[in-house]
Design a protein around this ligand. Structure first.
Ligand SMILES: Nc1nc2c(c(=O)[nH]1)N[C@H]1C(S)=C(S)[C@@H](COP(=O)(O)OP(=O)(O)OC[C@H]3O[C@@H](n4cnc5c(=O)[nH]c(N)nc54)[C@H](O)[C@@H]3O)O[C@H]1N2
Ligand SMILES: Nc1nc2c(c(=O)[nH]1)N[C@H]1C(S)=C(S)[C@@H](COP(=O)(O)OP(=O)(O)OC[C@H]3O[C@@H](n4cnc5c(=O)[nH]c(N)nc54)[C@H](O)[C@@H]3O)O[C@H]1N2
Ligand code: SF4
Ligand SMILES: [Mo]
Length: 718
């Protein structure tokens, strides 16, 4: 008889950060439930979280390190010692021969804070290269840059409790019902209890979220700036002059910028009826909360879209008060913690900035490194790393907790990059994935329930997770693996007694910083389980809302208005490629499906990729439901079954990146997406590519899923 075990852990999927109680029999997880006193979920959990137990111990878990001498050879198991020595020797050799910037670490918002901190310390500190980025570059980089530029610090000012106090909730470029379901449940519940709450959804598609809205603004893809400029012009008569004068700077330029634009021209740009935009503006008449995510961030003007949202909150003084503020929804479970620990290429731990000499000096002092040890050369960001691998500038990459061969844009380029890369380490929980098949060395990682770890959710809640089961095979926590390789490279500063010691070192580095966590020592966090930063002292209760005194984190204490001129998306619609492809997620699947793809109840909801097309676009091409269609542009060509629906507007098609090459070759939408990125955040434009679609096969592909084509009603635009 195996003994029952149970413990608490944060869900390792989305940034809602639900706390779960996990029950195991022996080493098998038998139940995952929501924790009642966690503010993120109040006992709730979604079907992805509830089925986590089924995918911890699967046949494709990576159980030992695997190695091979050439990419055409089969992998063979090796000992941890051999694996660690090989990684250390190769990285040292390449670094000595080609310089520190010939190596890189590509991590993830799914790494815990301990590992994110260590990756930063190892690469930016000890090894002297800032080529240390994560997939949060594809996800939250625009939000991080805009918060810092406008408010003086990254991290949202808001909290989940604000849902209870808002008069109006705006959801822009975010399909919360599918992607942040438990937070959206709280919105729905509030709406049931208080029918006066108004919900405005800004999304070109009629999503499940839009279906719940009192007002859906199906704007033209990529026209967010025009819409926010129009809304700002409409609310100008109600501007909060006292707040703007006392707590902001740059308002004169911003008001001139708004005055110079023509309202009707802006509204025409969005493709919306004027009455809809006017009603939305009318509803911004008290405490309002704006949720936003990838529809704002994944754009070549992603930073400006974020700034335009923040500008509107500043203009109306709706920030730092209950129920009010810009609230970027974090995608991954610990994208927040990664940012706090400095995993993005432009950062250092504790929200320090690489391009600030004083911050570099502080980090060097904290790490006992000589002055100048941290390089001032900007590090390569996600997309740039793979371009540098292809061009030969980068020789080795260590990839952890991300699947770039499925999730990066322009996958044909990514494949060329892997082909050219001399040395690739992949540290994952599973094998094969689309990325592990390109590696020379595979390192088996223990997952969420198999280790202790810390992560921060969308509302700045730092959550401690317990180890509930033993890792499968010889898998080890990511932070252990990093320490082992660093020590084998001959480096000091990676000898920690345990995980708690890593956390405590990082925590001390946040002293005096906006994301201060010095009050959350490992022992307290373990005891209290969750605390919201800033938390500057052991007796401090944590902070629900930031900026409540109107003092922002800028040197002057004032928030900054920024001008946000629109340029439009990069890919141009043309006669050859007349359709806009936008991409995103489905409720049932998590990214590249290394876990959700193995859960029958989730696969039954969505078993295959499809291309969603409007009936007019389908008719114009002779396409009927279920036809196999070819979707293509200059970057690539893929085949997908057509799903004909009014949920997408005419001229726009929608696909997901959940199904990669392991499911079927040439189905992944990322063969078509563009690597063009925002010039400041360097976040790529996943939400807009120009494509054409033609019917490929006459025979229909049967849908295995029960998602019968439901065309629905046309989206009303007036
Ligand atoms: N089920 C599930 N949940 C997830 C994830 C998952 O893979 N599966 N992933 C997590 C992660 S990492 C992330 S980043 C989040 C993402 O969460 P979301 O951002 O909500 O998800 P997306 O589907 O990528 O995009 C959101 C919406 O942007 C809209 N959009 C496209 N173009 C535009 C535009 O030009 N303007 C506006 N206003 N909207 C536009 C799309 O129609 C889409 O509905 O989800 C997290 N939660
Ligand atoms: N077309 C299109 N593409 C997109 C997007 C989009 O909207 N449209 N969104 C982008 C966004 S926002 C994101 S966040 C990315 C996500 O893209 P990815 O990060 O590539 O997606 P995942 O499938 O979550 O990959 C995580 C990997 O980590 C592994 N893993 C799980 N747990 C652990 C662990 O504890 N340790 C280690 N070492 N590995 C672990 C998983 O098995 C998996 O292989 O995709 C981006 N790509
Ligand atoms: S809402 Fe997000 S964090 Fe909560 S259970 Fe679902 S996937 Fe996990
Ligand atoms: Mo993301």
């Amino acid at each position: 008889m195996s003994a029952p075990r149970s413990g608490e852990a944060m869900c390792p999927y989305c940034g809602v950060g639900c706390r779960t109680r996990v029950e195991a029999e022996g080493n098998r997880i038998v139940r995952v439930r929501g924790v009642a006193d966690a503010p993120a979920n109040r006992g709730r959990i979604c079907p992805k979280g509830a089925t986590l137990g089924k995918v911890v111990d699967t046949p494709d878990r990576l159980r030992t390190p695997l190695v091979r001498n050439g990419r055409d050879e089969a992998f063979r198991p090796c000992s941890w010692q051999d694996a660690v020595e090989l990684a250390a020797r190769k990285l040292n050799e390449i670094r000595e021969r080609f310089g520190p910037d010939s190596i890189a670490f590509y991590g993830s918002g799914q790494l815990d804070t301990e590992t994110s901190y260590l990756a930063c310390k190892l690469f930016k500190g000890s090894l002297g290269t800032n080529n240390t980025d994560s997939n949060s570059r594809l996800c939250m980089a625009s939000a991080a840059v805009a918060y810092t530029a406008a408010l003086g610090s990254d991290g949202p000012p808001t909290c989940y409790d604000d849902i209870q106090h808002a008069r109006t909730i705006v959801v822009s470029g975010s399909n919360m019902a599918d992607a942040h379901p438990v937070t959206f449940d709280a919105v729905r519940q509030r709406k049931r209890e208080d029918p006066a709450l108004r919900l405005v959804v800004i999304d070109p598609r009629r999503t499940k979220t839009a279906e719940c809205a009192d007002l859906h603004l199906p704007l033209r893809c990529g026209s967010d700036l025009a819409l926010f400029h129009a809304l700002s012009k409409l609310v100008l008569p109600r501007m909060d002059r006292a707040f703007v004068e006392a707590h902001t700077q740059g308002s004169e330029d911003y008001l001139r910028f708004l005055h110079a634009m023509d309202l009707d021209a802006l509204i025409a740009e969005t493709g919306l009826a004027k009455a809809l935009v006017e009603r939305a503006a009318e509803w911004l008449d008290g405490a309002f909360l704006t949720f936003y995510s990838m529809g704002a961030n994944q754009s070549t003007e992603g930073v400006r879209k974020n700034l335009a949202i923040i500008n509107m909150h500043l203009l109306l003084g709706q920030i730092g008060k209950p129920g009010a503020g810009p609230f970027s929804l974090t995608g991954q479970p610990n994208a927040m913690g990664g940012r706090e620990a400095g995993l993005l290429a432009h950062q250092l731990p504790g929200y320090r900035m690489l391009n600030e000499p004083a911050h570099r000096r502080e980090a060097e002092a904290l790490w006992n490194l000589p002055d100048g040890a941290i390089s001032d050369r900007p590090g390569l960001t996600a997309v740039e790393m793979f371009q540098a691998l292809e061009s030969g500038r980068l020789k080795a990459v260590w990839i952890a907790a991300t699947n770039p061969a499925a999730s990066l844009p322009d996958l044909n380029q990514v494949k060329r990059a892997f082909g050219a890369a001399p040395f690739v380490i992949v540290q994952d929980a599973y094998h094969p994935t689309e990325t592990t098949v390109h590696a020379d060395l595979l390192l088996p990682a223990a997952q969420w329930s198999e280790k202790e770890w810390t992560g921060t959710n969308s509302e700045r809640m730092v959550s401690f997770s317990e180890r509930i089961v033993d890792p499968v095979g010889e898998a080890e926590p990511d932070y252990e693996i990093l320490c082992r390789v660093a020590r084998a490279m001959g480096l000091s500063g990676f000898d920690f007694q345990d995980r708690a010691a890593i956390w405590d070192e990082f925590r001390r580095y946040t002293a005096g910083r906006p994301c201060e966590m010095t009050g959350m020592d490992a022992e307290r966090l373990k005891r209290e389980r969750m605390l919201q930063w800033p938390c500057p002292a052991p007796e401090h209760p944590g902070t629900l809302r930031r900026y409540t005194d109107g003092r922002f984190a800028t040197p002057s204490g004032r928030a900054h208005f920024h001008l946000t001129p629109a340029q439009g998306p990069r890919d141009e619609i043309s006669a050859a490629f007349p359709l806009i492809l936008t991409t995103g997620r489905l409720a049932a699947h998590w990214h590249t499906r290394t876990r959700t793809g193995k859960v029958p109840s989730l696969n039954n909801v969505a078993s295959k990729p499809t291309l969603q097309l409007h009936p007019d676009d389908a008719a114009a091409r002779g396409i009927v439901e279920g036809d196999l269609v070819e979707v293509f542009n200059e970057r690539g060509r893929i085949d997908l079954p057509a799903e004909i629906t009014h949920a997408v507007p005419p001229g726009t098609v929608f696909g997901t990146f959940h199904w990669g090459d392991l499911f079927a070759p040439a189905r992944n939408i990322n063969y078509l997406t563009t690597s063009a990125f925002d010039p400041v955040s360097k976040q790529p434009e996943f939400k807009h590519a120009a494509v054409e679609v033609v019917r490929k096969a006459v025979q229909k592909l049967a849908f295995h899923a029960p998602r019968r084509a439901e065309m629905g009603e046309p989206i009303p635009t007036s």
